[in-house]
Design a binder for this molecule. Structure first.
Ligand code: UPG
Length: 462
């Protein structure tokens, strides 16, 4: 009789981190692993309200002091989360041991790198669940290991470029925005928080390569064929692709990054394009400020939220204008939908580079003095809607993504190998392995968007 490993999963409590972490936890449960998902109380409540409780997944919550769910991404919140989360983790680890279900490994997402220290203090192995592209982790690694000065000096100079080991040639605008100088931040971003967020990336790299004698494991939400070289580009990291982790969203909207003028330009571009569209603007008051609201509502539909995966799976969708968050990027690849890449900050700039130049599934908007004007939005929408080659490439990546996550596909094998190293899992538990929510998303075809005939546009940059 063999016992399965018991893995503890904890993520930063924002939708874009919780969703992949939860999907990862679900995939582990499916292959017979005992999983405890640790999350702040307000997230657990929302999961219950949205009936997102997963069978077989043990969820333990703790109070991070924001039980009302008004999450403010401030330095104070980060330190409170660290304080309350560390205590909760220690407690859970010790209780699990006493109950005869000792923890085998702790897996933690971006922005909660302190979890590795807690695990080390409890003599447990840990693994980072990196929820951005492998390419972006490589860039951060090099930024904090020898190339920082070079990158800071790029000054958004169009002739500046850098060749990092295993990565394509990167220009200034292709770097994650957080590694540029303060002055180089896109004007659309409220960046007063950037400094301490950059510090969490630095701390993570330090946690990963600063202490470990062996190569630290980083589980990356990507798949082998998508980022083959990037996954192997940093000798000191043991990156394993276990994605795409594409769940359906369950938390409500969050702060938009875009300034009013920018929304106005998108509206102008859309009207010029003349095609039907679904545009997500998550604040009603932002929608009301649009001068061309009436004309827009005649042509398309503006909503505060939509189930993005469902819309992406709709056969009439011709193009997706996205801010290139990594989840949205993966969702577009999985669904085979070509995109207009409209990056705003952080990894989105690098994701846009990969979309346009490496995977060739989209066109990236060009900004003038930090603003993308309506003509440019129109130009890119037209290019993508007419781009048969882009559509073919998108279809190719969709097939490869499905290949990666199917039984015995590369991500499936990588996940099972990770688990097998932690302890033995019964053969039987592997047999029934299915990739549930993702498969659902991939197979979902019939969403009720009856207003739309081919081709329509989806715009969501929030
Ligand atoms: O109306 C909406 C809005 C969002 N979503 C979902 O919410 C998620 C959004 O995730 P993502 O595309 O990654 O965007 P952000 O929430 O902006 O993600 C943050 O975190 C990501 C992971 O670290 C980074 O890649 C991004 O740059 C960063 O902004 C996706 O699953 C969407 O399908 C919906 O279903 N409907």
């Amino acid at each position: 009789m063999t016992t399965s490993p018991h893995i503890l999963v904890i993520s930063f409590p924002g939708q874009s981190h919780i969703n992949p972490a939860l999907q990862f936890a679900k995939n582990l449960v499916k292959i017979g692993v005992d999983v405890t998902f640790v999350t702040p109380l307000f997230v657990h409540r929302r999961m219950k309200n949205a009936s997102r409780v997963v069978q077989g997944l043990n969820i333990v919550s703790f109070s991070d002091g924001s039980d009302d769910g008004l999450l403010l991404i401030t330095e104070h919140y980060f330190s409170e989360l660290r304080r309350t989360g560390s205590e909760a983790l220690k407690q859970i680890i010790r209780t699990s041991s006493l109950e005869g279900r000792p923890i085998s490994c702790v897996v933690y997402s971006l922005l909660v790198e302190w979890v590795a220290e807690v695990a080390r203090g409890e003599q447990l192995p840990s693994a980072e669940l990196w929820d951005q592209p492998a390419t972006v982790l490589d860039i951060y690694y090099h930024h904090f290991n020898g190339y920082g000065e070079d990158m800071r000096n790029c000054n958004n100079d169009p002739s500046w470029s850098i060749k990092l080991p295993g990565l394509p040639l990167l220009h200034a605008g292709d770097l994650p925005s957080l590694v540029n100088d303060e002055d180089n931040k896109p004007s659309l971003v409220h960046d007063e928080n950037n400094k301490f967020i950059v510090k969490t990336f630095e701390d993570l790299i330090d946690v990963l390569v600063g202490h470990e004698k062996t190569k630290p494991i980083v589980l990356v939400n990507t798949f082998d064929s998508l980022e083959f070289e990037a996954l192997r580009a940093v000798e000191k990291l043991n990156m394993r692709a276990i994605g795409p982790l594409v769940p359906s969203a369950f938390l409500e909207g969050k702060d938009p990054y875009l300034a009013e003028a920018q929304m106005e330009e998108i509206g102008r571009g859309l009207l010029k394009c003349g095609m039907p569209f679904l545009w997500v603007i998550n604040k009603q008051q932002d929608k009301e400020k649009l001068s061309c609201m009436k004309e827009l509502e005649e042509k398309g539909m503006i909503v505060t939220w939509c189930n993005q995966l469902e819309v992406l799976a709709h056969p009439s969708l011709g193009c997706f204008l996205t801010h290139c968050g990594w989840n949205s990027t993966l969702e577009s690849l999985v669904s085979g939908v070509p995109v207009v890449a409209y990056p705003v900050w952080t990894d989105q700039t690098t994701n846009a580079k990969l979309i346009q130049d490496i995977w060739e599934t989209g066109v990236r908007v060009k900004s003038k003095n930090g603003v993308v004007d309506g003509d440019e939005v129109h130009r890119c929408l037209e290019l993508v809607m007419r781009g048969a080659e882009l559509r073919r490439n998108a279809k190719k990546w969709s097939d490869l993504a499905k290949e990666a996550i199917r039984e015995s596909g590369s991500s499936d094998k990588n996940l099972k190998a990770f688990v097998a190293e932690l302890g033995s899992v019964t053969e039987k538990s592997f047999v029934n392995h299915v990739v549930d929510a993702l498969k659902c998303a991939l197979d979902a075809k019939h969403v009720t968007l009856s207003k739309f005939l081919y081709p329509f546009l989806l715009l969501n940059i929030s």
